[in-house]
Ligand binder design. Structure first.
Ligand code: BES
Ligand code: MN
Ligand code: ZN
Length: 499
């Protein structure tokens, strides 16, 4: 994708225009551009257009030569940002194979223009890396996005296009990682790919290999990874701007494939477990975007990476491991592996954070439980916390970013179900409320007074249904935009505790 551009007229053969509906009456919503609406409405009626969300109607015209009408749903004086983001994204997806298109949508204020740019850029994505080149029916994504607006020389509008491109490019990296199968993505190659992007951005990269992990006591990462021929890693990507206002740690679950280990998952659906590194990809992608946006917040992003496999070396149910720092865990179910690798990384992230002068918050992101999908479905992620001020900040950021997150509790009474007769804690507890039990397990590894968020993205990270709005099939990149938006809002606030 090329850098986005602004224009006050439509000078491309392809254009995107909005279409809304109020009680059966269609309205063309072309924002800054005026069109021959009467003639077009007649054509649209004859084509049976409805203007509902995710509807794309292609109309051959004169100037521009082809208009893609994208549904905005119910007519409105001012469309909400997410409606615009999705409408632009849907059109961008439909424009695959086209080289350039102008988006003329009803966006007047900065947030709306920014939403159109973001949606279009996020929709212009395809994962064709593993298709043989002879199959030309798989088209390349739309290359050049042009946003039609009256404010073509507004500096803030120009900045919002740059931001949209940065967000979309790193979201594409996250999606690519998720879509890449475990034959081509191992803990080691994940690190190599990330290092290649991190270094030119001026970020510091540290990679611990299996020997160091074992010597230094990372029993969770080793225990999960020891059944695989592809050894585990702990990746750290650090962004430390001078005069940082705050310091956060992000920790993402990086299971490059989750077979369930000796608690082997059923074959049906196991293929989706190539997405079990979505949290790791999201936190690293977020720090890339934050660094490129030059936000004044220091971030350490951690990715504990392992492949959860079956072999004679695999961790057995009843094995006891020691998490970094010493706490012992009885592994009753080797399919509850995410919490084990996360525990190691969370403890290490807090140790490093303390040495650097203290963390203001820590956020883990994980495809942690099937129970998350049962509770909230495939499009809404869960937030659990020990600090409602921090989760409040996060929820307003996610709302602004257009990512659906919902607060979930960590009921104290469920904690006892994790008690082990032989170790400090067991890795599974009550099946009922399994998402919350997993959250309570992680909470054991968080210092009492450190604001912490646990994001369970099991459902929304990987789209097994059809594409919609700016969301493609496969890896979605969920959580990246919320994390970036949270850091943007922290950037415009004063420092916590006057630090
Ligand atoms: N990676 C899975 C969770 C998952 C399930 C993610 C479906 C995305 C879609 C995780 O490692 C897992 O297997 N969790 C178990 C935990 C259980 C054994 C306590 C689960 O949810 O069944
Ligand atoms: Mn598992
Ligand atoms: Zn898993």
């Amino acid at each position: 994708m090329k850098a986005l551009k602004l224009a006050s007229t439509i000078a491309t053969p392809y254009a995107v225009v909005g279409l809304s509906n109020s009680k059966g009456k269609l309205t063309i919503e072309s924002g800054a551009i005026s069109l021959n609406e009467k003639a077009l409405l007649e054509i649209l009626k004859n084509l049976g257009a409805t203007g509902k969300c995710d509807e794309i109607v292609k109309v051959p015209f004169s100037k521009p030569a082809t208009i893609y009408f994208t549904g905005l749903g119910e007519s409105s004086k001012s469309y909400d940002n997410e409606t615009l983001r999705r409408a632009a994204g849907s059109a961008a997806r439909a424009l695959a194979g086209v080289s350039e298109a102008t988006f003329a949508l009803p966006a007047t204020n900065l947030a709306q223009i920014s939403a159109v740019a973001e949606g279009a850029a996020l929709g212009a994505y395809a994962f064709n890396e593993f298709r043989s080149s002879s199959k030309s029916e798989f088209k390349d994504p739309l290359e050049q996005i042009i946003i039609a607006t009256k404010s073509t020389s507004d500096a803030a509008v120009k900045r919002s296009l740059i931001r949209a491109e940065i967000i979309a490019r790193h979201t594409a990296t996250v999606r690519d990682l998720i879509n890449t199968p475990p034959s081509h993505l191992t803990p080691e190659s994940f690190c190599a790919r990330m290092k290649k992007i991190a270094t030119p951005l001026g970020l510091k990269v540290e990679i611990l290999n299996e020997v160091t992990l074992k010597n230094q006591g990372y029993g969770g990462i080793i225990g999960v990874g020891q059944g695989s021929a592809n050894p585990p890693r702990l990746l750290r990507v650090s962004y430390s701007p001078s005069k940082a206002k705050r310091r956060y740690a992000f920790v993402g679950k990086g299971i490059t494939f989750d077979t369930g280990g000796l608690a082997l998952k059923p074959a049906n659906g196991m293929e989706a477990m190539k997405s079990d590194m979505s949290g790791a990809a999201a936190v690293i992608g977020a720090v890339f975007a934050i660094a490129e946006l030059k936000l004044p917040i220091a971030i350490d992003a951690w990715a504990p990476l392992a492949e959860n496999m079956v072999s004679e070396n695999a961790t057995r149910p009843s094995d006891i491991i020691n998490i970094y720092g010493g706490k012992s865990v009885e592994v009753l179910n080797p399919d509850a592996e995410g919490r084990l690798v996360l525990a190691d990384a969370l403890v290490r992230a807090q140790e490093v954070g303390s040495k650097a002068g203290g963390l203001d918050g820590i956020i883990d992101v994980a495809t942690l439980t099937g129970a998350q999908v049962v509770a909230l479905g495939t499009r809404t992620s869960a937030v659990m916390t020990n600090d409602y001020e921090f989760s409040g900040e996060f929820l307003s950021a996610s709302e602004k970013a257009g990512e659906a997150f919902w607060p979930m509790p960590l009921p104290e009474e469920l904690r006892a179900s994790l008690d082990s007769p032989v170790a400090d804690i067991a890795n599974i507890g009550d099946r009922m409320g399994g998402m919350l039990v997993a959250g309570l397990f992680l909470k054991e590894f968080i210092e009492a007074d450190l604001p912490w968020l646990h994001l369970d993205i099991a459902g929304p990270s990987y789209n097994e249904a059809s594409a919609h709005g700016y969301t493609p099939v496969g890896g979605t990149g969920i959580a990246l935009r919320s994390l970036v938006t949270l850091v943007e809002s922290a950037s415009s606030q004063s420092t916590r505790n006057g630090k």
